[in-house]
Structures are given as structure tokens and as C-alpha cells.
Design a protein around this ligand. Structure first.
Ligand code: UN1
Length: 499
């Protein structure tokens, strides 16, 4: 069935009208027009923030476990809508079906996590130095949260932010990628169903604003939005971070990754080959956690590259709606241009293209490519740069320290991993002097993280943490409280000030 028909039917089942508006959504699968949505103006962003402020004043007074109930209902609605929303993710972002379903599962998982969290927004009690006093540290709702998300996880990133923000007492204003507006509008409709079932939720707890950079800027510059959580390129983060800081706002940045795997002599190669294939070509190399650099012990390099070449030769590339496909399209022609430019640059820097690097499936009408493996003489500039496409650069090492230096020797710091069965190596990799990334894995690839851990990275990845662990603290304001229950007024540090 045509992508446009499938989209129309899924949108109808989800109760979404996407028939008019200035922004067209086109499928990366075949270029077909999927729907149209209205563009928000910067002035309308200001109005949305005003509505979020009103919602915040009411929502912050609702007990946190009750706020959790709204997120529980959101999780239920997502379960009911899982197939349709996942289908839209495939149609609009080009992910294979199983990855589209996985993305919606991440949304459900974070809702479950946040429901439990709504009873665990723990503060501290602290001993006071003064008699008859006690001190507390309490976490208070922060205010409207601006969420800026990318095309590659068009709905899950919103949910990592929204599920936490909502239990923390904060409304959310979401600017999705202009490449994936339909999945955003559909997610908003699902949220509204949950809010309706909840009953007395304030209006506008979740709002979507759609547009290009001017819409993002209006959100980023609004002093009524204390937190901007932005996912995208390092270039975008370089623009957003200083603007938010200039008004003393907080930002949570999830930017580029340039994730590596070290394959040591003791590695289980069967496992490594599978992990490499999933993390380097899954999502057509368009995860921020995608594997981009393979750092292989020189004794294994020939054999491993040979095995990978054989595995890559069997990859089914094509329409992600088809059950067997493992590699769908890149998001658009611009991404394919970037892929081809990187391959050319790699060659110019002395790289040997072992396989792939070509255009593929011109019959389908999307930007399909054959995933590439490129052996590089050194970690040159093309390798240090994140190209959002399936290119795996292969480097070799002799000593473990050399591998670690290569792994850490790029500007980005999101995810990393080692395949080794040598405890000394794996522990060194996980030690203070080991991987410098936000995520460090042993005997699994760099992508496909669970929601229970804090997700994010260091250096040019931006330093933010979303999702599990104590990432919720970014969505709250910390308040230190001191209470005097005595009949005297002793001053701290023994200061005397009698009047
Ligand atoms: C992203 O690519 O923006 O770890 C996030 C993973 C997913 C999240 C990726 N859970 O690959």
C-alpha cells in the first residue's frame, strides 16, 4: 500500500487531521507527501509559553503521585496506540518496523519509570549546626520546559523529557524536527486523550510548536522557559547553549556522538560482528549512538573486516515497511549528500573503502545508500567528525593504551564500548582513566541504551542527562530550607548581632 494511504489511515485511527498547513511532511521512503501541518509563528510561541505558565501555576500544586497518574494514563494510551504511532515513525522517519516499535516501547518504558518516580522525588534532611533547627533540601517544580527534538527519534526524545517534566510539575512545549511533524502531532493527540481521562488536568500541559529555526529561537530566548532540553547536532547546541545561558536559563544538551568500539584480541567475534552490524547500520546510521569508529587490534583486523564485509553484503536495503528490510533510507537527499561527501573526504585522507559507499535502490524514490566500511590510516579529520549516515571507519591498534587514546581522541563524548573477555582491559576501560564518554559498555554495542540509565554524553555531546537514574533533577529547582523550632535566634557560624 502507498505510504500516503498508510499515513492517512494511521492518522485517522489516531484522530489527527493533517490535511492543511504550510509545512509539508514527506516520506523518506519514497518522497510521497504524507500530510500538511500549520507552522507556528514566533509570536505564537510566546502565546504558548504564556499558556504554559498558567498551566504551571496549577500543575505545581497537584501532588506529585497524582501527577504520576497522568503519566500512567499516557503510558496506557501509548500502549493502545503503539502500532499506529510506530507505523508513523516508519513512514515519516524511515525506520524499519521493529525499530519504530522499539521507539514507542521506549516511550512506554519511560512512562512506567516516571510513574514510580512520582513517589520518589526524594530530597534530603540535613543536620543544622544550630540547636532547635533543622535543614531540608527539597525539589520544587521548575516551570515550563522547552523540548527541541531531532528527526531520528521523532517521538521518544519528547517522552524522555515530558514524562519526567510532568511528574516533576512542569508543562512541556515541544518543537519537533520540521522533518517529522506528523509523529509529533499524533503524539500530542495521544497525550490529550490521557489528559482527558485524567479529568482535571490543567489545559496546555503539553503543547507543540512547529517551525524552523525562528520558532526554536523564540522558545530558546523566552525567559519564562527555565529549561531548554535540546537534542540535535553539535552545531545546533553551539547556538542554543550560549543563548539560554545569556538569560541564565538552564539547558540540557544531547548533541553529536562519534561512538567507538574497541575490539580486543580476546573478544568473542561472533558477538562483536552482530553488535557492529546493529549499531553501525541500524537506523541507517542515524542514531546519535550509532557506531562510527571501530578500533581493532591489528592481529584481528583482516579477519574481522572480512567477516564484516560478508555480513554487509547480505544486508537487505530498501523499503522499511517490508518485514525483511534491515536498512531503510536516509532522512533526505541532504543526508545522502553528506554521506557521499564524507566518503570522498575519507578517500582523500587516505581511506580505503572496503565496501558500500554507493547510492542504492534508485527505484524507490528515497535517499538509500549501501552502508560503508572504510579503513583509515589515522584518526584524521573526517573520522573525528560526526557524519549522520552509515559509515564505519576502521582503525587498528597494537597496545591497549593506544586504543583508549584513539577512543577518547575525538571532540564528542556520547557512547563507547569494548569487546574483550580480559577483565584487566574491560575494567581499565570502565575506570577513571578509561572511556571519557557518558556511556561505556562492555560486550555490547554503543547504541540501544535502556531508559533506566541516565542518557547523555560529555565534551561536544553537551553534558546533559535525560531519561533514567536521577536525570529528573534537571527538571526541578533545588531549595535548601532551614527551620527554627526553638525560642531563640542563634546565628550560624556563632555570629553575634544583638539589637
Ligand atoms: C538518539 O539517537 O538520539 O541508545 C538517541 C539508543 C537509543 C537512543 C538514541 N535508546 O540508541
Amino acid at each position: 500500500m502507498a505510504t500516503s494511504t498508510l499515513t492517512a489511515e494511521a492518522l485517522k485511527r489516531l484522530g489527527v487531521d493533517a490535511s492543511s498547513g504550510a509545512l509539508e511532511s514527506r516520506s523518506p521512503i519514497d518522497g510521497a507527501l504524507l500530510g500538511k501541518v500549520a507552522l507556528t509563528t514566533p509570536a505564537e510561541v510566546g502565546e504558548a509559553v504564556g499558556r504554559a505558565e498558567v498551566a504551571f501555576k496549577a500543575w505545581r500544586q497537584v501532588p506529585a503521585p497524582r501527577r504520576g497518574e497522568l503519566v500512567r494514563l499516557l503510558g496506557e494510551e501509548l500502549r493502545a496506540a503503539k502500532d499506529d504511532l510506530a507505523l508513523l515513525v516508519t513512514l515519516e522517519a524511515g525506520k524499519i518496523r521493529s525499530e519504530g516499535l522499539g521507539e514507542v516501547q521506549e516511550m512506554i518504558d519511560i512512562c512506567d519509570f516516571a510513574v514510580g518516580l512520582s513517589r520518589q522525588l526524594y530530597g534530603l534532611t540535613l543536620p543544622s549546626e544550630r540547636p532547635g533547627h533543622h535543614m531540608l533540601e527539597r525539589w520544587q517544580p521548575l516551570g515550563p520546559v522547552g523540548v527541541i527534538s531531532a528527526f531520528n527519534f521523532p517521538v521518544a526524545v519528547w517522552s524522555w523529557n515530558a514524562a519526567l517534566a510532568l511528574v516533576c510539575g512542569d508543562p512541556v512545549i515541544w518543537k519537533p524536527s520540521e522533518k517529522t511533524p506528523l509523529t509529533a502531532v499524533a503524539t500530542q493527540a495521544i497525550f490529550e486523550r490521557a489528559a482527558k481521562r485524567f479529568g482535571d488536568a490543567p489545559a496546555n500541559l503539553s503543547q507543540v510548536v512547529i517551525g524552523l529555526a525562528d520558532v526554536g529561537e523564540a522558545l530558546v530566548d523566552d525567559p519564562r522557559v527555565p529549561l531548554i532540553s535540546a537534542t540535535g547536532s553539535t552545531r545546533m547546541g553551539r547556538a542554543v547553549g550560549p543563548r539560554v545561558a545569556a538569560r541564565f536559563g538552564r539547558s540540557l544538551l544531547e548533541l553529536g556522538g562519534n561512538n567507538a568500539m574497541i575490539v580486543a584480541p580476546s573478544a568473542d567475534l561472533d558477538m562483536a560482528v552482530r553488535a557492529i552490524a546493529f549499531s553501525a547500520v541500524g537506523t541507517c546510521g542515524q542514531r546519535c549512538t550509532s557506531l562510527r569508529r571501530l578500533i581493532v587490534h591489528e592481529s584481528l583486523a583482516e579477519a574481522l573486516v572480512e567477516r564484516l564485509k560478508r555480513a554487509y553484503a547480505t544486508l537487505p536495503i530498501g523499503d522499511p515497511l517490508e518485514a525483511d528490510t534491515l536498512v531503510g533510507p536516509l532522512i533526505d537527499e541532504g543526508a545522502r549528500d553528506g554521506f557521499e561527501a564524507a566518503i570522498a573526504k575519507a578517500r582523500a585522507e587516505g581511506g580505503e573503502v572496503v565496501c558500500g559507499g554507493e547510492r542504492a535502490r534508485d527505484d524507490l524514490g528515497g535517499a538509500y545508500v549501501t552502508p560503508a566500511i572504510v579503513r583509515m590510516p589515522t584518526q584524521s579529520s573526517v573520522v573525528a567528525h560526526e557524519t549522520f549516515a552509515p559509515i564505519l571507519y576502521v582503525l587498528t591498534y597494537r597496545e591497549f593504551d593506544e586504543a583508549l587514546a584513539l577512543q577518547n581522541g575525538v571532540p564528542q563524548g556520547l557512547s563507547s564500548c569494548i569487546f574483550s573477555t580480559d577483565l584487566r582491559e574491560t575494567e581499565a576501560f570502565l575506570s577513571a582513566a578509561g572511556s571519557d564518554c557518558g556511556i561505556a559498555n562492555v560486550n555490547i554495542g554503543p547504541s540501544g541504551a535502556e531508559i533506566g540509565g541516565a542518557f547523555g554524553g560529555e565534551k561536544e555531546t553537551g553534558g546533559g542527562r535525560e531519561s533514567g537514574s536521577d536525570a529528573w533533577k534537571a527538571y526541578m529547582r533545588r531549595q535548601t530550607q532551614t527551620v527554627n523550632w526553638s525560642r531563640a535566634l542563634p546565628l550560624a557560624q556563632g555570629v553575634k548581632f544583638d539589637v
